[in-house]
Design a protein around this ligand. Structure first.
Ligand code: DOR
Ligand code: ZN
Length: 472
């Protein structure tokens, strides 16, 4: 594999922004040098020894661009197998690559849901060679598969997903009694447990009361705050008593941020995420946009949005993930808020949307990297490979033009779903190149080869019965 030199850009990490060049060897970062007045010349550096054999180096000119660690999106639904009319691994990971996302962790509510080691192995085999970015795969926790959780971990699940409330696939959770055993086992296995924290009983009761939801207010009444708060609180409590490392998915409510803050203060091993729709949209937008904007949990009020931003800034919320959840336009076109499926795409818009917000002063570039790359990699056990720009890590980068202003059009989207509330929006900040382990997978709008590799979780045994921890 040719070596790569990313030269002339501004490097962004969670620690800061500096002018620098990056040398990539064998898919990993070999060296990072800061360009300084007295050290302006790459050739000088090469002569210093670090660049022996430089004739085989491809130089990527990053002049005028910012070089960020590739994004690590811990919450994506790519629908493969079983729902490939909505998305498949090639289309979904192409979308990731165009969005600067170089690692995706893919949810288990595919068909069949990933509930056993055999199903995990089938999915893994099916996806081999069909990804443009690196990927980890979740195992599901459903109401019956407790006996399969250890084997799922040993098959290489990156994390577990527990759906406490009804959503796509309608996977049911065990009751709280059994969940005590589940959390205890997950604590022993050591994998993260991602929880969709909305209580099914609260939702089903509310749905029966409301009946058909004909407008957004009625739909909101079917997913009441109490459902999210009760599930969040009980989940945090169970994390604390069991020691399981719990990650709360898609926090939508200001009051949920408070519960998570309190749980963290008590020492509960809890982390949490929110997603761009909750940070950039409010109930009024959904009233205007109609059921296409339905996501689960729902987009709430402006005061919630403000408290989510506060939660990110004070560290209560650890990261931002897309919850990329594609559905076809026809499916989303339903007039009924009850009937429309929940979910919207996000892989290709999260980074431009956050870069636009950087321009507006809502976050800094290092915070963007922290929340979309460094923290996600750390929480999901990938810190030795992903999430930063320093020697030894995988050479995963996204090169962005902060000044490019553009209008999002359907033809920009590589997902099978074009259901984005951002169509027609002006954005400032654009992905120019995306690099995965030294391979340029997007170069000036052109897609490369599907070189993405599977990332096993921390309990993977490779069938040997012995831990076969992620290697090179
Ligand atoms: O809106 C959502 N869509 N929320 C979820 O929790 C699941 C997702 C999906 O898979 O469609
Ligand atoms: Zn989801």
């Amino acid at each position: 594999m040719t070596d790569l030199l990313v030269r002339g850009g501004m490097i962004v990490t969670a620690g800061g922004v500096f002018p620098g060049d990056i040398l990539v060897r064998g898919g990993r970062i070999a060296a990072v040098v800061q360009r300084a007045e007295e050290f302006p010349n790459w050739g000088t550096w090469v002569a210093g020894g670090a660049g022996e054999g430089m004739e085989h180096v491809r130089v990527l000119d990053a002049t005028g661009l910012h070089v960020l660690p590739g994004l690590v999106d811990v919450h994506v639904h790519l629908r493969d197998p079983g729902l490939t009319h909505k998305e498949d691994f090639l289309s979904g990971t192409a979308a990731a690559a165009f969005g600067g996302v170089t690692t995706v962790l893919e949810m288990p509510n595919t068909l069949p849901p990933v509930a056993t080691a055999a199903l995990f192995a089938q999915k893994r085999e099916r996806l081999a060679g069909r990804s443009y970015v690196d990927y980890g795969l979740y195992g599901v926790i459903d109401e019956a598969n407790f006996p399969h959780l250890r084997e799922l971990a040993e098959a290489g699940a990156i994390a577990f997903k527990l759906f406490l409330g009804p959503t796509t696939g309608d996977i049911r959770a065990p009751g709280w009694g059994r969940l005590q055993d589940v959390f205890a086992l997950v604590a022993e296995l050591g994998l993260p447990l991602v929880v969709h924290a909305e209580d099914r009983d609260v939702i089903e009761y509310a749905q029966a009361q409301v009946g058909e939801a004909r407008d957004y207010r009625a739909f909101l009444a079917t997913r009441p705050p109490f459902g999210e708060l009760a599930a969040t609180q009980t989940t945090c409590l169970l994390a604390q008593v069991s020691g399981a490392r719990v990650h709360i998915a898609h926090v939508s409510l200001g009051d949920a941020v408070d519960l998570i803050r309190e749980a963290k203060e008590r020492g509960a091993p809890v982390t949490a995420e929110t997603c761009p729709p909750y940070l950039f949209m409010t109930a009024e937008d959904c009233e205007r946009l109609g059921p296409a904007s339905k996501i689960l949990p729902p987009i709430r009020e402006r005061k919630d949005q403000e408290r989510l931003w506060e939660g990110l800034h004070d560290g209560t919320l650890d990261l931002i993930a897309t919850d990329h959840a594609p559905h076809l336009t026809e499916e989303k076109a339903s007039k009924s808020w009850s009937a429309a499926p929940g979910g919207m795409i996000g892989l290709e818009t999260m980074l431009p949307q956050l870069l636009t917000a950087v321009g507006e002063g809502r976050l800094t570039l290092p915070q963007l990297v922290e929340w979309t790359s460094t923290r996600p990699a750390t929480i999901f056990g990938l810190a030795g490979r992903k999430g930063d720009i320093r020697p030894g890590l995988d050479a995963d980068f996204v090169l962005v033009d902060l000044d490019a202003e553009w209008t999002l059009q359907p033809e920009h989207l590589h997902s099978k779903s074009k259901n984005s509330p951002l169509l027609g929006a002006r954005l400032r900040g654009k992905v120019v190149h995306t690099i995965v382990r030294g391979h340029v997978v997007v170069e000036n709008g052109k897609l490369g080869e599907p070189i993405g590799q599977w990332l096993p979780g921390a309990c993977w045994t490779a069938g040997t019965g012995q831990p076969a921890r992620i290697g090179g």
